[in-house]
Design a protein around this ligand. Structure first.
Ligand code: SF4
Ligand code: SF4
Length: 461
C-alpha cells in the first residue's frame, strides 16, 4: 500500500470523497443503466455513509481508496442512476469488488449491497465493452467451469501433468506468468487430483431414517473434490438421511449470477429446479458455500418468471448448507476422538451471505479431542471469490498471502473450510508461505471422526 493510499483512509463515521449525504432525488435511468433492474435507488438511499463497512472491505483494506470501498461503489451507482455514463473507471471499481458481502454483515443500516452489486453487474455485462483479452478469458472460464462434464474431462490431462511434475517445472520457468498472469493463476490454483469417486443416485440412511435429502454435487466440487462429496454423503447417511443424487443435475448458476450473466444464471437455475423437482426430497443439501447462497436466491433470480417463480420459492425453501442440516437434525452417529488442532476459515458466502457461522463450529467442537482455533481478521475474504482470483490475480494473491499468514499464526495442524474456491485459494497461499498444513472440508473432518479413520485421509482429493 502506498503512503498516499494509507493517508486516504477514512475511519468509520467520516464521510468519503462525495463530501455530503447524498440527495438521491429522482433517478434518471439512461445514464449508465437501462431500465431493466438498474441498481435500486431506494437501496442506495439506505446508505448513510457512516463508513462502518470500510475496515471489513478487502479492497479498501488493501488500497485505502474510497471508490474501492462499499460506500464509494454505492456512490458510483448513484452517479450512474443520475445520468453519468458508464465509464471504464466506474466499471473498474465495481469489477474490483470481490462480492464477499463482508460489508453487508458490517452495515448497521442494513444496506443490501449484495442486491445492488448483482443489479450493477448485470448492467455492466450488457453495456460495457471489455477488452478483447478480458472477453477471451471470460469466455474460456464460462465455457468450462459451469459444466461438470467438461471439468471431468480435464481431470485426466491435469492428473498427468501433476504426476509427471510438468506443472512444477512450468511454474519454475515463469513462462505462463509472462504470457498471461490470469492463466498462471488458474494453473497454480488447480488442486492435487486423486481418483474420481462418483456417487450412486441413491444412498440409504444408516439405522432409522430421519430425513430424505437431495444432494448437489456441484461443478468444481464434483470434478476436483469428489472426496468431499463422498464424505458429505457418508456423514448424511450416518446421521439418518436417505441421500438422493439426481443424475441430471448441472451447474447452480452461481458463477454466472455473481458476474452479471443474468440470462445464463436463470437458465441454470431453471434446469437445476427441474432436476430436483421430482426427486421427492425434503431438503436439498449443498456443501459449497457459493452454490448454496445462490440457490437460496432462486426466488429472486426467477421472481419475474411466471412459470418458475413459485417453483423457485419452493426450491429455495428446501436448500440447506450441509452444516445447517446436520445442526438442525442433531448428532446421532458416535464420534471417535481426533486429537488435533484445527483453524476454521469462514467462507464469505457461508458466513456473510448465509449467516452460517455457529453451525460448523458447533459440529467441529462436538468431536472429542479436537481443538478449534479462531483466525485473526476472520471477516476479510481470502481472495478466492468465485473467479476473482483468476480475473484479478494480483490483489487475490495479496489477500491469499494475508489470510495464509493469519492461518499459520494460529499454529493449527489443519485448516478447515466449506467452499472449494477457498480450499484452492488457501492451499495455494499456504504452499507459498512455506508452512505446510493439511486442508479439509468440514464434512471430511466429521466423516473421519464418525468412521474413526486416520487424519491423513482428510487431505483434499
Ligand atoms: S454501506 Fe452501510 S456501513 Fe457502509 S457506509 Fe453505507 S450505511 Fe455505512
Ligand atoms: S462485497 Fe466485499 S469487496 Fe465488495 S464492497 Fe463489499 S466488502 Fe468490499
Amino acid at each position: 500500500m502506498t503512503e498516499q493510499q494509507t493517508d486516504n483512509k477514512q475511519e468509520p463515521g467520516e464521510l468519503g470523497e462525495m463530501g455530503s449525504i447524498i440527495d438521491l432525488g429522482t433517478p434518471v435511468v439512461g445514464g449508465a443503466f437501462d431500465e431493466h433492474n438498474p441498481p435500486d435507488a431506494a437501496l442506495i438511499g439506505d446508505c448513510v455513509h457512516c463508513g462502518f463497512c470500510l475496515p471489513t472491505c478487502p479492497t479498501y483494506v488493501l488500497w485505502g481508496e474510497e471508490m474501492d470501498s462499499p460506500r464509494g461503489r454505492i456512490y458510483l451507482m448513484k452517479e450512474g442512476l443520475e445520468g453519468e455514463p458508464m465509464s471504464d473507471e466506474m466499471v473498474s471499481h465495481w469489477d474490483r469488488c470481490l462480492g464477499c458481502m463482508a460489508c453487508v454483515t458490517a452495515c448497521p443500516s442494513g444496506v443490501q449491497y449484495d442486491t445492488l452489486i448483482e443489479q450493477t453487474r448485470a448492467q455492466v455485462e450488457r453495456h460495457h465493452d471489455r477488452s478483447a483479452k478480458d472477453k477471451a478469458l471470460r469466455k474460456l472460464i464460462f465455457s468450462l467451469f459451469p459444466y461438470p462434464k467438461r471439468l471431468r474431462l480435464l481431470r485426466g490431462p491435469l492428473r498427468l501433468v501433476q504426476r509427471t511434475g510438468l506443472d512444477q517445472r512450468l511454474r519454475r520457468t515463469g513462462l505462463l506468468e509472462r504470457i498471461s498472469p490470469q492463466l498462471a493463476a488458474m494453473e497454480s490454483l488447480a488442486p492435487r487430483l486423486g481418483k474420481p469417486d462418483r456417487l450412486p443416485p441413491h444412498l440409504p440412511a444408516t439405522g432409522q431414517r430421519r430425513a430424505v435429502v437431495g444432494m448437489l454435487t456441484g461443478c468444481v466440487q464434483g470434478a476436483f473434490f469428489p472426496g468431499v462429496n463422498a464424505a458429505t454423503a457418508r456423514v448424511l447417511q450416518a446421521e439418518g438421511c436417505d441421500v438422493v443424487v439426481p443424475r441430471a443435475q448441472g451447474c447452480c448458476g452461481a458463477l454466472s449470477e455473481h458476474n452479471g450473466r443474468e440470462d445464463e444464471a436463470q437458465s441454470f437455475a431453471r434446469e437445476l429446479i427441474d432436476s430436483f423437482e421430482d426427486a421427492g426430497v425434503e431438503h436439498i443439501v449443498v456443501n459449497a458455500a457459493g452454490c448454496g447462497s445462490t440457490m437460496k436466491e432462486y426466488a429472486r433470480i426467477l421472481g419475474d418468471d411466471p412459470e418458475y417463480a413459485e417453483r423457485a420459492q419452493a426450491f429455495t425453501d428446501k436448500v440447506r448448507d450441509v452444516s445447517e442440516i446436520l445442526a438442525e437434525l442433531g448428532p446421532v452417529a458416535p464420534r471417535h476422538p481426533l486429537e488435533m488442532t484445527i483453524a476454521y476459515h469462514d467462507a464469505c458466502h457461508l458466513a456473510h451471505a448465509q449467516g452460517i457461522r455457529a453451525q460448523p463450529r458447533q459440529l467441529l467442537e462436538g468431536i472429542p479431542g479436537l481443538e478449534l482455533k479462531e483466525i485473526a481478521e476472520a471477516e476479510i475474504c481470502c481472495g478466492s471469490a468465485g473467479i476473482y482470483n483468476i480475473i484479478n490475480p494480483v490483489p487475490a494473491r495479496e489477500l491469499g498471502d494475508r489470510k495464509a499468514a493469519n492461518i499459520v499464526a494460529t499454529g493449527a495442524q489443519v485448516l478447515v473450510t466449506a467452499n472449494p474456491g477457498c480450499l484452492m485459494q488457501v492451499t495455494s497461499a499456504i504452499e507459498r508461505s512455506g508452512h505446510p498444513m493439511s486442508m479439509a472440508h468440514t464434512v471430511e473432518v466429521l466423516d473421519a471422526s464418525i468412521r474413526g479413520v486416520p487424519v491423513s485421509t482428510m487431505l483434499p482429493s
